[in-house]
Design a protein around this ligand. Structure first.
Ligand SMILES: Nc1ncnc2c1ncn2[C@@H]1O[C@H](COP(=O)(O)OP(=O)(O)OP(=O)(O)O)[C@@H](O)[C@H]1O
Ligand SMILES: C[C@@](O)(CCOP(=O)(O)O)CC(=O)O
Length: 451
């Protein structure tokens, strides 16, 4: 509700198993939420008596030149709310993910019938705070709390670590807008109905902002946390005009609230056994994900029989890993047996991933990553196995390790040595796999950043 500041956060993601497969509804993704979150704090902007302000401000104070101010208007022919960025100083520096999210969420809010007056939004400020692991820049922690760093760059120049910042941002900002402008009786993100609305709206906005319909596993993880994900049919979003175009508002409401969503998300049972942690490494080297997806899908089309066999077998191996990780810990769990089981389940997946890469000509698990993963598994006590997550490529690793400080210290030392020997920087991030999805936060988390 307007008046009271509120804060929400949504987690980043790692696609541990099911990359490429999950683009097709016949297959699923085993996705984990991460402890790195994107937080959004919503606050009313106090105006002096008699001053009319129709402004929504979005601020990302960890970055340089990262404040976006928007005016908005109701478009004719049911095109919904269109936001327009207002110029600050001499430059205009758009943030399409923020802008599209505002248009989508504000339009949806006007259609709920719970917002009074229907088309006027009290001026508000939304402050974005991202956990440091989303970006690999050196940073200072002098300003604000120790949790959020100040980066010496503009957002566009930040080096991302690939944890799904845009999906977590769109989800968190959508949740903050709905929570801020709607009464709890109309939107409550702690309920199943609230999460469903949030998921559908955030998927639609994220696809529009990125200009393509991916599988959506990243938005699912931002909302539901760790889960087994089966995508929605792309047709769900087909009839949606562009924001501001005639008919957008009723089409968006019908889409979000409608029963066309065939997504299947099972969060229950997707976890990590006690004593096992999921850790991420950032390899300072980018990959061209879009080109990789195109090429893999081209090969799949050209060799449908071979691809189906590979996809089906990989799906079975991915499911076996999910079952193993979701198994209830036995009272007297044998760590060594568990480590061996994880290692062989992941190794079986990696073998097929390499096959997929070789046959499609795409470096999904490139040789340099194979060498590093093998060396970590074989040379560092407590590392069970690891994968090149998501679309694969050169820029990240996900490791399943014994959950203790000594193992983390050994991994760090090993990576430092590897970097010196082989060149290039590989770094263990602080982030860990975590089950929980979107949630409300206490304002105390943000002392020093929001007043
Ligand atoms: N802290 C932030 N403040 C404001 N906008 C942000 C922030 N973090 C991310 N964004 C928005 O998300 C965009 C980055 O999205 P992009 O899809 O390129 O990366 P990503 O989601 O982190 O990638 P990946 O899916 O590989 O993890 C930024 O250009 C910006 O629009
Ligand atoms: C290749 C793909 O299946 C996974 C991409 O994952 P990531 O962005 O590399 O984490 C694409 C998708 O699911 O949208």
């Amino acid at each position: 509700m307007p008046g009271t500041p509120t804060a929400v956060s949504a987690p980043g993601k790692v696609l541990l198993a099911g990359g490429y497969l999950c683009l097709d509804r016949q297959y699923t993704a085993l996705v984990y939420g991460l402890s790195a979150r994107i937080n959004v704090v919503a606050q009313e902007i106090k105006t002096s008596p008699g001053v009319q302000l129709t402004e929504i401000v979005v601020d990302s104070p960890q970055f340089l030149e990262a404040q976006w101010r928007y005016g908005y208007h109701l478009t004719p022919e049911d095109g919904g709310i269109k936001v327009t960025q207002l110029q600050v100083g001499s430059n205009i520096n758009p943030n399409p993910f923020v802008e599209v999210t505002l248009s989508y969420a504000l339009t949806y809010i006007t259609r709920t019938g719970h917002h009074q007056p229907t088309h006027a939004f009290a001026p508000a400020k939304f402050t974005i705070l991202a956990d440091n692991d989303y970006y690999s820049q050196p940073h200072s922690q002098a300003a604000g709390t120790a949790r959020f760093a100040k980066f010496p760059t503009r957002l566009g120049d930040a080096h991302k670590t690939g944890l799904g910042s845009s999906a977590a941002l769109v989800t968190s900002l959508t949740a903050a807008l709905l929570t801020h402008y709607l009464p709890a009786s109309a939107f409550d993100l702690s309920t199943d109905a609230g999460r469903r609305t949030l998921h559908n709206l955030a998927q639609a906005a994220h696809c529009a902002a990125q200009g393509k319909v991916g599988s959506g596993f990243d938005v699912a993880a931002a909302v539901y946390g760790s889960c087994l994900y089966r995508r929605f049919s792309p047709a769900v979003l087909q009839a949606l005009p562009e924001a501001g175009q005639p008919g957008f508002a009723p089409a968006l409401a019908a889409c979000v609230d409608g029963d066309g969503w065939d997504t299947q998300i099972r969060a229950e049972g997707v976890r990590l056994p006690r004593g096992v942690a999921l850790r991420m490494c950032d390899v300072d080297c980018g990959s061209q994900t879009v080109g990789m997806v195109k090429k893999v899908l081209q090969w799949r089309e050209a060799a449908p029989g071979d691809a189906k066999q590979l996809w089906d077998e990989l799906q079975a191996r991915n499911a076996a890993l999910g079952d193993l990780l979701g198994r209830e810990a036995e009272a007297e769990a044998d760590d060594r047996q568990l480590a061996a089981d994880i290692a062989s389940a992941v190794a079986a997946i990696r073998a097929l991933i390499r096959d997929m890469g070789a046959r499609s000509g795409v470096p999904i698990e490139p040789d340099s990553q194979t060498a590093l993963l093998d060396a970590l598994r074989d040379g560092v006590d407590g590392v069970y196995e690891g994968v090149v997550p998501g679309a694969g490529g050169f820029d990240a690793l996900a490791l399943l390790v014994r959950d203790d400080e000594d193992t983390a210290a050994r991994v760090k030392e090993f990576l430092a040595h590897w970097g010196r020997e082989k060149g290039g920087a590989v770094r263990l991030l602080d982030v860990k796999g975590e089950v929980e999805g979107v949630r409300r936060e206490r304002l105390g988390e943000y002392v020093g950043w929001v007043s």
